[in-house]
Design a protein around this ligand. Structure first.
Ligand SMILES: Nc1ncnc2c1ncn2[C@@H]1O[C@H](COP(=O)(O)OP(=O)(O)O)[C@@H](O)[C@H]1O
Ligand SMILES: N[C@@H](CCC(=O)OP(=O)(O)O)C(=O)O
Length: 386
């Protein structure tokens, strides 16, 4: 890559942030397809074994480790004589079905050398977004850890459809980190850190520390090239870091071969500082893990009331409704002027009930329709700003 300008780091040299890494007891490690498989499609056994050795070392040190591993689709390509990552879902699912078994087999053999059992946990988006399901997922992961087994999580690609799938595992890893209340999320990729621009551009600088959102301003994240076997790219990793740090979990982003050093506290990769306060689990899930079932469009007064004054949303400030949802479902609140989502909340009415209520005051609605219609459309306790 040639010489490049100096890296962008924390303001003070002795910033103790690396202790967030070395002191972490429960760690979620996510590894991307590009770090586990060969360009021609198949498992890169040496790289899998190198990762297993690092994670086995952590477990031997008494840390709880959850591995979120991509690579099922890529690992299934060569065995099925597929020459590149298929575009159609059915072939991707078939490749994942073959590749997942091979991948987990390789992990099981590798971790056995460290005296560790692995537990395969395949999740769909629903499993980590719906309250009843994510409690279930949590129980399984917790039990595996209690039994001394190392959970290996992937998206359940063989049943996930285009509409519901995560596609990349970065966001899934951030949600799993929140689910198990991890002390640290490590995102391993084929690039050693986040850069200010495309890492192959010599003018791009390495970013060693992200303190908050302002440190991400001006960063140019380019899509991975066509030859890539991963799907998420850097955009989904930064998004995953936002989700995890927003839940109070520090994140280290680095290359898989640097994982051992990063976990020992070496100043490698990019460290994302966690937010000071942790939102309630319920609101965190509402913001990051729910799929909105509809959209309520707000006039300027309602946007100010909800965003600036943190008030409940009343029917008078809603100009339009779309989607088909039932009372209790998550919906996005849209600034009708800009079209941007400003908040997400749990709605108190069914979609079919709302059109007759729009623009009317709660007093007027209660007088004509009965006291049941005095209720807010979205109560402020069920609202989270986006
Ligand atoms: N600003 C940036 N900093 C670092 N990497 C970047 C940036 N913009 C784009 N990338 C690309 O993102 C790629 C990582 O994404 P991806 O291939 O999906 O990884 P994985 O398979 O590990 O999930 C890197 O190889 C890099 O080329
Ligand atoms: N669940 C998929 C992950 C897809 C993928 O490529 O993700 P990633 O490499 O994390 O960008 C698989 O195992 O192939």
């Amino acid at each position: 890559m040639g010489s490049r300008p100096g890296s962008v780091g924390p303001p003070e040299h002795n910033w103790p942030v690396r202790e967030l890494v070395t002191g972490a007891r429960r760690i979620v490690v996510k590894v991307g397809s590009s770090s586990l498989t060969t360009a021609s499609g198949g498992i890169d056994e040496q790289r899998v074994d190198a990762l297993v050795d690092v994670l086995g070392g952590l477990a031997a040190d008494g840390r709880e480790v959850v591995l979120v591993s991509s690579g099922a689709i890529a690992a299934g390509l060569a065995p099925l004589s597929l020459r590149r990552r298929p575009r159609d879902l059915a072939t991707q699912q078939a490749a994942a079905s073959v590749g997942q078994g091979l991948l987990i087999g390789r992990y099981a053999a590798g971790f056995a050398r460290h005296g560790l059992q692995v537990g395969q946990v395949l999740l769909t988006a629903d499993d980590v977004t719906r309250r009843s399901h994510y409690r279930n997922a949590y129980r399984t992961l917790r039990k595996l850890l209690d039994l001394g087994a190392l959970p290996i999580v992937n998206e359940n690609d063989t049943v996930a459809t285009d509409e519901i799938r995560f596609g990349d595992n970065d966001r899934l890893a951030a949600l799993v980190a929140a689910l198990v209340q991890a002390d640290l999320l490590v995102l391993l990729s084929d690039v050693d850190a986040l850069y200010t621009g495309n890492p192959s551009d010599p003018l791009s600088r390495k970013i060693s520390y992200v303190g908050d959102e302002t440190d991400l301003e001006g960063i140019n994240i380019t899509a991975p090239g066509k030859s890539k076997i991963g799907t998420g790219g850097m955009v989904t990793k930064v998004e995953a870091a936002r989700i995890a740090t927003g839940f109070g979990i520090p994140v280290v982003l680095t290359a898989a071969p640097l994982a051992g050093g990063a976990l020992s506290g070496d100043d490698v990769g990019t460290l994302f500082q966690p937010a000071g306060s942790r939102p309630t689990a319920r609101l965190f899930w509402l913001a990051h893990a729910t799929a909105p079932r509809g959209r309520l469009h707000l006039d300027p007064g309602a946007v100010t009331a909800v965003v600036a004054r943190r008030k409940s949303l009343l029917p008078a400030g809603i100009t339009a409704v779309d989607g088909s949802f039932a009372a209790g479902d998550p919906v996005d609140l849209i600034d009708a002027g800009s079209g941007a989502p400003v908040a997400r909340g749990l709605v108190n009415y069914d979609a079919v009930e709302l059109p007759a209520l729009l623009g009317r005051t709660t007093g007027e609605l209660a007088a004509t329709l009965g006291p049941g219609y005095e209720r807010e459309v979205v109560h402020r306790d069920d609202l989270v700003l986006l």
